[in-house]
Design a protein around this ligand. Structure first.
Ligand code: HEM
Length: 659
């Protein structure tokens, strides 16, 4: 066997696995003509070389074989596995064809090839037929792609343009994605050279929009408060105009729902739970879950929040004590992970009652699940709506998470203070009362009720865990940056929780009296809203009308919360500054509906009261015991992950104020 083939090294391992058919000479001569001279068959040489490449491409691609050709010299290399090697494509024709080529290469026995020519011709005929089928399929696919990727979204954009709504010109097939990526990369480059460093906090700017959403900022300046852009074939309507935002907030119709984008890909994560569902399914679930978050129910959960917060505070106290033993009076902490652990502990206790340790295991498994589905493929999403995104690992993990949840819920069946059990009971009660899913006129079957609980356990975890933890971290950062507000809040907390042993731990009534703390949290949520956009989709084919604009069916409406929250016309000239006092008299702005940290309208956050109580319990206990200052090592760099969070965490210096 030759070691060199036209300059390509075919030695050792390569030779064993692949055969290089030089110029396709033997193939061409065996299959195409009886001419012996290549020069005389040059026109056929062209045709056969290209035809071979075309025919071989799909199976080569499908089976992972590699080939390449350099057109200037019509120099085709076809790499086929040796017939001695097990290869994955079990077509007998292809195998015969490859065997022929291989023997041609090995022996260079042209006469033998001539003898084998009829069999090879059969193979070629089959391959040609396959090529014809491929060609038909390819052209059908091309038409389908053009329709799905361009014609459909272009029709929506045209309808918006006709109403005077402009936007950046999209390109095929990814819309404005390239512009968005470019702007983000550019913003990252410039912000990394001018990142605000804490310590005194003088250089910290609360407006993170240019760093996190630079493209929205550019387009908003260029096209005004209502503009359209596209990601792939999804058309978005970006809305920060007060009239339209008001209509989004006031809309209680099921015609405005959650986007179906990524829904199939994210199905193992969210299932058919409340976060992503629409229409009757959503309204049934909302009706079943909402009562469990009513104020009287949240009151009953304050104690469990206090239990979780005490564990955190005690851990921090131990660290301060250890620092004091070493002669220091303060300790530096990156607080994010501890706060996340607190948030997970609270949700776990709320959902699983006494089995909250099991609950934490479940949430760890849900986080694993999240990693397996976190990267939707945009092209697959555009072409199939994610239906072909068959993530087997995710589904496997999903099944085991579902079983874990059900086992844990069933093990705590008798407990009263257990959110998931209570939800299961509500579902059963609704089923008995005939208020089921409406399908078949009956109630929820046992399996459907179990799915409802499993899906919504994951939904509540996703909705409540990260958002609350990150808000608490931002809040501590802002209080560290503003010692005056920290003192005010501490004064208020110590007033409610005096150090005389009467009430050192908060309860629902003392929490309610902590007005300054509430204002600080509200202002934190204004400057650093965990949900950066309120998103909706116009569901009916003929669209919905918002603020006088007919939004065509399928268009996604995005309300940029940070833009609305920093609008000087609503919040005054000091909109970019931290000033909790603006909430002293109520909504803090001239348009209450433009304050959207918990979303808007019918789909606003169900856990709002729960989250506020959870934040207040933690902050009250921390501020009652520690003074917090920003560490000089703190780097202010908000970044968009699931929510907008501090990229490098929040680093604080803690000093004890009371035991
Ligand atoms: C500071 C913490 C939180 C913030 C900032 C927050 C924010 C939000 C936002 C912006 C939405 C979407 C609203 C919309 O589209 O109009 C939402 C929905 C939701 N949140 Fe929260 N949330 C927080 C904590 C929680 C907690 C702790 C829970 C439950 C324990 C929770 C449960 C939910 C649920 C179930 C929904 C879906 C409501 C629906 O679609 O009907 N959230 N939240």
């Amino acid at each position: 066997m030759r070691e060199q083939c036209d300059g390509h090294d075919l030695s050792a391992g390569v030779c064993v696995r692949y055969v290089c058919v030089e110029y396709s000479t033997y193939l061409i001569r065996a299959l195409a003509s009886s001419h012996r001279s290549i020069s005389r068959t040059r026109p056929k040489l062209w045709v056969w070389t290209l035809a071979t490449a075309a025919v071989a491409s799909p199976p080569a691609y499908l089976t992972g074989l590699r080939y390449s050709y350099s057109s200037p010299r019509i120099h085709t290399y076809l790499f086929f596995p040796s017939p001695n090697v097990q290869f994955p494509f079990h077509s007998p024709f292809l195998r015969a064809y490859i065997t022929l080529l291989y023997s041609a290469y090995k022996t260079r026995d042209i006469d033998q090839l001539e003898r084998d020519r009829p069999a090879a011709m059969v193979s070629v005929a089959v391959l040609k037929a396959a090529a014809a089928v491929c060609a038909v399929l390819a052209s059908t696919l091309a038409v389908y792609l053009y329709r799905v990727l361009w014609l459909v979204p272009e029709r929506l954009r045209r309808q918006l343009r006709a109403q005077g709504i402009a936007g950046p010109p999209p390109s095929f097939p990814y819309g404005n994605l390239a512009d968005m990526r470019k702007a983000s990369a550019e913003a990252k480059r410039t912000s990394s050279s001018s990142i605000g460093v804490g310590g005194g906090g003088g250089s910290i700017v609360h407006d993170y929009r240019p760093a996190v959403f630079p493209f929205y900022e550019t387009w908003r300046k260029q096209y005004g408060p209502v503009f359209t852009y596209s990601v792939g074939n999804m058309v978005f309507l970006h809305v920060s105009d007060a009239a339209m935002v008001r209509d989004v907030c006031l809309c209680v119709s099921l015609e405005l729902g959650k986007s179906t984008y990524n829904k199939a890909t994210h199905r193992p994560l969210f299932g058919d739970g409340i976060l992503k569902s629409n229409g009757a399914s959503w309204s049934r679930q909302r009706k079943l879950i909402a009562p469990h978050f009513f104020p009287d129910k949240v009151k009953g959960m304050v104690e469990l929040m206090v239990g979780s917060a005490r564990a955190l505070v005690m851990a921090w106290e131990e660290r301060v004590t250890a620092a004091a033993a070493n002669g220091g009076c303060e300790v530096e902490l990156k607080v994010d992970d501890d706060i996340r652990a607190y948030s997970a502990d609270v949700i776990s206790r709320a959902c699983f009652g006494s089995s909250y340790d099991k609950g934490k295991e479940i949430f760890a498994a849900i986080r694993e699940l999240q990693k397996t589905v976190s990267k939707p493929n945009l092209l697959a999403e555009m072409l199939t709506g994610g239906l072909l995104h068959n993530n087997r690992d995710a589904w496997r993990l999903n099944r085991s998470v579902g079983k874990l949840i059900l086992d844990t819920v069933n093990a705590t069946e008798k407990e009263e203070n257990n959110l998931l059990n209570a939800m299961l009971r509500s579902a059963a009660a609704a089923a008995e009362a005939g208020e089921g899913d409406g399908e078949g006129g009956g109630g929820l079957s046992k399996a459907a009720a179990e799915d409802f609980v499993v899906d919504n356990c994951k939904n509540i975890y996703f909705a409540g865990y990260e958002s609350t933890a990150i808000t608490a971290a931002w809040c501590l950062m802002l209080l560290a940056l503003h010692p005056d507000w920290q003192r005010r809040v501490r004064g208020e907390v110590l007033c409610e929780l005096p150090d005389d042993g009467t009430a050192t731990l908060p309860d629902s009534s003392s929490l309610q009296k902590m007005k300054q703390l509430t204002m600080v949290i509200q202002e934190t949520l204004r400057l650093y809203p965990a949900g950066s956009v309120v998103s909706r989709q116009a569901l009916p084919r003929d669209g919905v009308t918002l603020g006088g604009v007919r939004v065509p069916g399928g268009v996604n409406v995005y309300v940029p919360v940070s833009t609305v929250h920093l609008d000087e016309t609503l919040w005054g000239s000091r909109a970019l500054e931290f000033d909790p006092a603006r909430f002293a008299a109520g909504s803090g702005s001239t348009a209450p509906h433009m304050y959207l940290p918990f979303g808007a309208g019918a789909r606003s956050c169900l856990g709002q009261g729960f989250a506020m109580a959870e934040l207040k319990v933690l902050l009250a206990l921390v501020l009652a015991r520690f003074e917090v200052r920003l560490s000089p090592a703190y780097v202010h760099s908000p970044v968009l992950r699931l929510v907008v969070e501090p990229e490098h965490g929040v680093r604080l210096l803690l000093t004890r104020v009371r035991a």
